[in-house]
Design a binder for this molecule. Structure first.
Ligand SMILES: C[S@@+](CC[C@H](N)C(=O)[O-])C[C@H]1O[C@@H](n2cnc3c(N)ncnc32)[C@H](O)[C@@H]1O
Length: 727
């Protein structure tokens, strides 16, 4: 929907007539015409490229590229917004569902651009229309700064590669460094001002140059990318002259293909490459699609990705198997896991083997529909060692019926079933091996610690628990999709929803933390351990029945510090667990160990602690995360809170060892004078050479750094007011 520039836009730039009089009169005419247009905007037939409904099915409308919603001149901004409304009204008339807007170009006026978009999103017209903002990933080329805000991308259809223009001094005089993150920052301003409106998305413009800094593109995977814009100029010829993409662009594209974006190719008819013709570009994109690992994993049966493909980025309330009685269909989903039960069988097998010929009493606590009994039974048969006795406990009366049936049909009555809560049921004798699977996505969130504390009284002195040990882990997460999901739920109020942890199969997310100690060298790893639980616990004070007096020993707290190498927005915390079953057998959903410990295990999606309000984190920030596991007599709950800091020189510290340049007022050349190290810039993204403690030296420092606080979240879920797990 390419329009000519209406008279109103830029009319106050005026003309170059030869005579002064003519100039004045032409100026007046233009102004009058502009006023008429402002009052009643309308198109002439020859100003539009489509007119009929039949032409607009699946059409993506390209809004005129000359619109300057972020012009430094308020008149141009005003007229641009009017012209945009005119185009969108016409697009709505023709039922166009998606329109692409030209990129913001002027960081200093990104808020103006954002305000206009927000006003338009809140207008009644086009309420089904997706507004896609074209965002170029290419970094600012030094020296292109111009206050005019419009250097490129003016031509119709916006096929020219847009550039970002920084107004002089727009980012606190740090133009050079600020440019690195400008495109993302402008997008961040727009979506924040627009309240994370679900109708707003990104057309990621991959026009060259493609950013090569490590981690520079990661942040885009946490944003709503619905389209990719790929001009033929992004391609390079391969040895035979066919168009291909450079390695870094290929890697990025293969990764984002899991979001199923629409790829918009342009200039394919321009004969820029020797072979392949105009179809060569699309054929190459299809080839990348076929070799995209995440996409193919989603399409291959038996993988976690294919199992979870309909759950991607959907927040779900965690199960509460202690408080609720699960449905048969829920158990059936667990039982599809090809890995978890195999791991348990192996753990029981190893534990039995370690006991040799000794008679062994085993108990499966929380047996559900019996898959762990079946695997324990198999492990016993595989061992064919000494005499064994097998008990099972289940508190869900409905599942007990299935257990009774299976015991008769499959296990020849070899299992003695007990109905009730493992914290109160009595067994006829002490046992050697206690097998349970009461783990949640965060390890302890389905109250395995409390249940097993109650069941450990069955264990003999040297008895073992499978699992024996588990740990909870977190990482700071960015995802506008998840933020939206939590915000726009149909049930519950906003506070309650934002103070509830969820289970989510992450897709459009980005872990913001980096490895390495950060600028001050004190930060932990990318994903950090919060706490652990061990079973059985021999140090508990117990009553006459063998039950703990209180549950205070199961409270936990964690204070973790993360290094944030690239600027980003924190929307929540990702949670994971690792569990040691027995011997060398473990389970894990920790992103760095899951492939090695329990690859393709389907039973657990990661945990997600949302934030009520997003927290902006500049590059090189430190994020302190506080997490608490709290308990009362009736319930267990989590509280969470985060603070952000920037490394800064200690105010009183002066550092010896810098050779100052000679000026009339400084001592003779080569003398050593105390100077204060320059502040590491929040605008300068960390590169591999600036991630460790030594990096500060690279930044020109060398002195002690403390830190200044720059932000915080509220305390989430105090007293378990919004979410808790019933005991
Ligand atoms: C996560 S399911 C696991 C079921 C089955 N073991 C499996 O792996 O598929 C946990 C089971 O433990 C049961 N359960 C939870 N807490 C219990 C308790 N305190 N006493 C007895 N059963 C319990 C639940 O009813 C549920 O059947």
């Amino acid at each position: 929907m390419c329009l000519q520039q209406p008279v109103g836009v830029g009319a106050n730039h005026a003309s170059t007539s030869t005579s002064r009089e003519g100039e004045v009169s032409r100026g007046e005419d233009l102004e009058k015409e502009a006023e008429e247009w402002r009052l009643h905007p309308k198109f002439e037939r020859e100003e539009v490229t489509v007119t009929r409904l039949e032409e607009t099915f699946s059409l993506i409308g390209m809004v005129s590229a000359w619109l300057e919603l972020d012009s430094p001149e308020s008149g141009i901004r005003y007229d641009s917004e009017l012209a945009l409304r005119q185009e969108l009204a016409y697009a709505t008339y023709l039922d166009v569902r998606t329109v692409v807007l030209p990129p913001p170009r002027n960081r200093a006026h990104a808020a103006d651009y954002a305000r206009s978009i927000n006003a338009i999103l809140n207008d009644t017209f086009g309420s089904y229309m997706q507004i896609a903002i074209r965002i170029p990933v290419s970094e600012v080329e030094r020296g292109t700064g111009s206050p005019s805000g419009l250097l490129a991308g003016r031509e119709c259809g916006g096929l020219k590669s847009p550039q970002i223009v920084l107004s002089p001094g727009s980012i606190g005089g740090e133009e050079e460094e600020g440019g690195l993150d400008s495109a993302w920052e402008m997008w961040d301003v727009i979506r924040t001002v627009c309240g994370y409106n679900a109708r707003l998305s990104i057309v990621l413009d991959l026009s060259p140059p493609f950013p090569l800094r490590p981690g520079a593109m990661d942040r885009w995977s946490a944003e709503p990318i619905r389209h990719l814009f790929l001009p033929a100029t992004s391609f390079i010829p391969n040895a035979k002259g066919y168009p291909v993409l450079a390695k870094a662009t290929q890697v990025f594209l293969k990764e984002v293909m899991q979001f199923l974006p629409i790829v918009i190719l342009s200039k394919t008819q321009a004969n820029l490459h020797g072979a392949g013709g105009s179809k060569g570009y699309a054929e190459y994109i299809r080839f990348l699609e076929k070799t995209s690992r995440p996409l193919q994993a989603m399409r291959t049966e038996g993988t976690l990705e294919s199992f979870a493909s309909t759950y991607m980025d959907r927040v779900q309330a965690p199960l509460q198997p202690l408080m609720d009685n699960l449905q048969s269909s829920t158990y059936a989903i667990f039982e599809r896991d090809p890995v978890k039960y195999e791991r348990y069988e192996e753990a029981v097998f190893q534990a039995l083997q370690a006991r040799g010929q000794k008679p062994t009493v085993l108990c499966v606590a929380g047996a559900g529909r019996g898959p762990l009994i079946a695997r324990t039974y198999k492990a016993i048969q595989r061992c064919s060692l000494g005499r064994t006795t097998l008990y099972a406990i289940e508190k869900n009366p409905n599942a007990l019926v299935t257990l009774q049936e299976r015991n008769t049909l499959e296990w020849n009555g070899a299992v003695t079933l007990f109905f009730g809560d493992m914290r109160s049921v009595e067994l006829p004798e002490k046992i050697d091996i206690l097998i349970s699977e009461l783990l949640g996505s965060f390890g302890d969130n389905e109250l395995s610690p409390e249940c097993l504390d109650g069941a450990q009284r069955f264990l003999k002195e040297d008895g073992i628990s499978i699992p024996s040990f588990y740990t909870a882990h977190v990482a700071p997460l960015s995802s506008s999709k998840l933020y939206n999901e939590v915000l726009h739920q149909t049930v519950g109020d906003e506070t309650k929803n934002a103070e509830t942890p969820y289970v989510v199969m992450f897709q459009a997310t980005n872990v913001l933390s980096g490895e390495g100690g950060g600028v001050r060298g004190i930060c932990g790893t990318k994903v950090q351990e919060c706490w652990s639980f061990e079973h059985p616990r021999r140090d508990l004070f117990v009553d006459a029945r063998g039950l703990p007096f209180s549950n205070t020993h199961n409270t936990r707290s964690a204070h973790l510090t993360f290094h944030i190498p690239h600027s980003g927005v924190l929307h929540g915390l990702a949670g994971y667990f690792e569990a040691h079953l027995y011997g060398d057998v473990s389970l894990s959903i920790h992103p760095e160990t899951k492939a090695q410990k329990s690859n393709n295990m389907l039973s657990w999606f990661p945990f997600y602690f949302p934030l009520k309000d997003p927290l902006y984190l500049p590059a090189n920030a430190e994020l302190d995360v506080h997490l608490w596991r709290m308990t009362s007599r009736q319930k267990v709950w989590y509280e969470w809170y985060a603070e952000s800091f920037l490394p800064a020189p200690t105010p009183t510290t002066s550092v010896m060892g810098y050779i100052t340049p000679q000026t009339p007022n400084t001592p003779r050349q080569g003398s050593i004078t105390p100077v204060r190290p320059p502040r590491p810039s929040p605008m300068l993204d960390a590169s591999p050479s600036v991630e460790g403690p030594a990096s500060f030296m690279d930044l020109g420092g060398g002195g002690e750094l403390s830190r200044v606080k720059i932000g915080q979240t509220s305390l989430h879920n105090p007293g378990g007011r919004s979410s808790w797990i019933g005991l």
